[in-house]
Write a protein that binds this ligand. Structure first.
Ligand SMILES: CC(=O)SCCNC(=O)CCNC(=O)[C@H](O)C(C)(C)COP(=O)(O)OP(=O)(O)OC[C@H]1O[C@@H](n2cnc3c(N)ncnc32)[C@H](O)[C@@H]1OP(=O)(O)O
Ligand SMILES: CC(=O)C(=O)O
Length: 540
């Protein structure tokens, strides 16, 4: 047998798009293909030309618009219809018209499917495989054959499943891909069937697994152990029902755990970014807890873990996040201690030590506040203010203080509801008052604050609220329940969060809003320490 190289085969654009809610335009498909190529997959299955009009368009445009550097483009389709010739079958013709170097044919490998779904004879199915593969090879295509329902078919009729593999290989298929189409197999079953098939046929094999038992990645690795050298999967495990084998997890495992360089190690370092880009294009982001590329894949919350990570990140991580383009983060919460505060503070640019009193006080305040309903893990800016206060000995040197504020909501005779806020602030000993109207209390307070302060602090113009969430903390108290408000805001390129808690949800919102304003002003003061506070003579 000729020397074979390991093949990484992506079917995001075909099987991945069979996922509920996945609706890609041809432009989206072209863009996703470019990212997959940048990642370094060997093959990109673009769709089923002749069956899906968008896919026909994709292959047409790919001829001029897709300049792949690593991957080969693959057209996917079925074997010829029963009782016809491959040359006369319009679907087979569409596969040739796609002008891809490789074609993957799907064929039935389970007797029950041949008889019930295809409604033809077992002999004719083998002839359909043989003649379609031969026709494509004769027309200059490399051919892979997806043997559908192979594992269930093997259990039902081993000899027939093997006959399918032999028929495809003898006609010229380079690889026969054994498909766990219903996704119901477990790793030991996959390993046994692949080993048996390989021993019985000697044909180059691939694997295509679905995740209906949550074992698609494990099944893929089991098949590799048993001798396949072609693995299929999709970005983020997209796919019908429970999805396909996640190609990001499979390739990371193969490179980092098995030493099989299905993609060069330097390309693997781009993986998390490529995953995010593909998630944005498809509108279906990867799971935060996805292995390797998930936003939470290297995030640590437990204090004891943080304590060990300070000494050596390997103590609580199975691999280094930078190898897959991800990053380690530590969360501060009531589950953390001094080490969590140190790691978080350092990531924010404060070179503190877990042994310091300020860090111990910060950790203790976080525990106390979280016990009262605060949540700092997505409120970095509030945490930073708290830390700064403790580093400064307990209180912050704030650029202004609040004298009072109020919000009024009135329904006008014409039915319109108007919300107005009034804030009275103190700045360098002077009172500054301003009002703001908005579509709700937070919007009105935000506008009133900008109206009062922007003239003195132009840097506030960069503060933009982008998200607002309220969570009831003790629902059993009914309308008297306390509320936790989380505000996300943008300050320049970076997104931050603040938190406020109170029995009154508007008061909680005001606290979170004030934290955002203080944070922006203190950050600006740090950036330009020589800048004096502006004169307030113009204050009204
Ligand atoms: C496991 C997999 O994921 S394989 C990929 C599956 N992907 C898709 O089905 C997406 C694209 N599919 C389509 O656009 C359409 O289903 C088409 C164009 C393929 C067929 O459309 P239609 O002819 O309208 O038929 P329908 O969708 O009802 O499918 C049934 C026909 O497909 C035939 N068929 C089913 N499986 C196969 C197969 N593996 N090979 C060839 N024909 C098949 C059936 O025999 C039936 O043909 P008949 O009507 O002549 O009896
Ligand atoms: C071919 C394919 O997608 C399957 O059998 O699952």
């Amino acid at each position: 047998m000729a020397e074979r190289h390991f093949q990484l085969y992506d079917t995001t654009l075909r099987d991945g798009t069979q996922q509920e809610g996945m609706l890609l335009t041809t432009d989206d498909k072209l863009a996703v293909a470019r990212h997959l190529d940048a990642f370094g997959v060997g093959y990109i299955e673009g769709g089923w030309p002749g069956a899906v009009p968008k896919d026909t368009a994709f292959f047409h445009r790919a001829k001029t618009e897709l300049d792949l550097s690593t991957a080969q483009l693959v057209a996917f389709g079925a074997t010829r219809r029963a009782g016809a010739t491959a040359a006369d079958d319009p679907q087979v013709r569409a596969l040739l018209d796609a002008e891809t170097p490789v074609v993957t044919l799907v064929a039935k490998a389970h007797t029950r499917h041949v008889e019930l779904a295809l409604r033809t004879t077992l002999t004719e199915n083998l002839a359909m495989i043989e003649s379609t593969v031969r026709h494509l090879v004769r027309n200059g295509r490399r051919v892979f054959l997806d043997a559908e329902h192979y594992f269930d078919g093997f259990r039902a009729n081993r000899e027939y499943a093997l006959a399918v593999v032999r028929a495809a290989a003898e006609a010229g298929a380079e690889t026969v891909v054994l498909c766990d189409t219903n996704g119901g197999s477990l790793p030991e079953e996959i390993r046994a069937v692949v080993s048996d098939t390989l021993a019985a046929t000697g044909v180059g094999l691939g694997i295509h697994c679905h995740d209906d038992t949550g074992c698609a990645v494990a099944n893929t690795l089991a098949a590799v152990d048993a001798g396949v050298d072609h693995v299929q999967g999709t970005a983020h495990g997209y796919g019908e029902r429970c999805g396909n084998a996640d190609l990001f997890t499979v390739s990371s495992n193969l490179v980092l755990k098995r030493g099989i360089e299905v993609v060069p190690v330097e390309r693997l370092r781009e993986l998390a970014g490529i995953g995010r880009a593909i998630g944005e294009l498809t509108g279906v982001p990867g799971r935060p807890d996805a292995p390797y590329v998930g936003s939470a894949a290297f995030v640590h919350k437990a204090g004891l873990h943080a304590s060990a990570l300070r000494v050596d990140p390997d103590l609580y991580q199975h691999t280094r996040p930078e190898l897959v383009g991800n990053e380690m983060r530590t969360l501060v919460s009531d589950m953390g201690g001094r080490s969590s505060v140190e790691l978080k503070a350092r990531s924010l640019g404060y070179p503190v030590d877990a042994g310091s009193d300020a860090v111990a006080r910060t950790a203790s305040r976080v525990k106390d506040l979280e016990n009262r309903g605060y949540a700092f893990e997505s409120a970095d800016a509030s945490f930073e203010l708290l830390l700064r206060a403790e580093l400064a000995g307990g209180a912050l040197d704030l650029p202004f203080s609040v004298e009072s504020w109020k919000v009024g909501i009135n329904q006008l005779p014409n039915g319109l509801v108007r919300t107005e806020a009034l804030v009275r602030l103190k700045l360098q000993g002077m009172q500054v008052s301003a009002t703001g109207t908005g579509n709700g209390p937070v919007n009105a307070l935000d506008r009133a604050v900008h109206s009062a302060l922007d003239q003195f602090f132009p840097e506030l113009a960069a503060l933009e609220l982008v998200d607002y969430q309220v969570r009831v903390l003790n629902a059993e108290a009914g309308s008297g329940a306390a509320a936790r408000v989380l505000i996300s805001f943008r300050n320049g390129a970076r997104r931050w969060g603040t938190v406020g808690v109170d029995g009154n949800s508007v008061t909680a919102s005001w606290a979170a809003l004030l934290d955002a304003v203080y944070f922006v002003l203190l950050s600006a003061r740090d950036a330009e320490p020589e800048t004096a506070l502006p004169a307030v003579a113009a204050a009204s």
